[in-house]
Design a protein around this ligand. Sequence first.
Ligand code: TXA
Ligand code: MG
Length: 341
Amino acid sequence: MKTEIFKINSPDDEKIKLVGQILREGGLAAIPTETVYGLAGNALEGKCAEKIFAAKGRPSDNPLIVHISNISQWDALVSEIPDSAKALADAFWPGPLTIILPKSDLVPKEVSGGLDTVAVRMPENEIARAIIEASGVPLAAPSANLSGKPSPTSASHVIDDMKDRIEAIVDSGDCNVGVESTVLSLAVSPARLLRPGKVTAQELAEVLGEVEIDDAVFDKLPEGKRAASPGMKYKHYSPDAPVVLVKGSFEAFARYIKENAREGTVALCFEGEERALDVPSITYGKRDDPSSQAKHIFDALRRVDKMGAKQVFARFPENEGMGLAVFNRLLRAAAFNIIEV
Ligand code: TXA
Ligand code: MG
């Protein structure tokens, strides 16, 4: 299949109609969102979900997020919208928050990965919303990476992974947030944070009163335990080289690298720190700025591969507020491998 690439920089661009038509006719298109690029298909057709799983090489028991452009589309997808969900939508939509509720019969089992719940979000990115609008249907869209690879935050990442596997790729430059949406389940009580993102647990608790953070956010699932969010049980975001998260001061990090570097060692550090390190390095944002780290982390993980790294030592990010989202992604990239120095 030959992938058509559409450069679109405005929600009024005429080419959005063509992308909408491809989606309406059952094709797949990678589209920008404020978090990461999504691999979109008609969320009401089980066959489209199957095509998405095939293009990504993703296990089909991992459910997809359904994207809407208008709050009225939500009603038909879920069995009921409780007041707590309405309050969250008021506070955070359009934006990087995904809300899980019991699903309606309209949502095919292929989209929900066989679960009786469905994850829904209304993206903030105006081009994304215009494409949903133009397609005339809600769009199922996981991140547009090959399964296991870092999520794509630029069209070139998507092209690397998806060229000639899908009908279209929309190129609208870099994503603003850089890590995927916060995933919150309202299908359990109290509400449970399944994946941290830009919308923090603290912000959610201000609206809901109480939010639990799922254990899988911080730790590897114990052998045999069922994941609340199936995505959490898979290896994720990994460069080809093994990554170790090194916890400690920058001085201790630099010393650790000096003592343990070998051929092919690459450091993943904060801006400015590379000058004081003895090995090639890639930076991921500013030290005290989790949102700049979020914006650069996935690109940094991809660049590590392009450098041909054989071993990666990564600086440990702050793990509070939005920093928890960055920490959670790096923890998975490192397969939970942390060394304290
Ligand atoms: O920011 C985002 O959310 C991006 C953009 C494209 O919108 N999408 C995204 O989708 O990250 P994906 O499929 O890569 O991640 C969805 C996560 C997975 O970990 C999945 O297991 C979880 O959400 N999920 C989806 N539906 C669920 C459900 N019904 N119950 C529990 N977890 C669910
Ligand atoms: Mg993903």
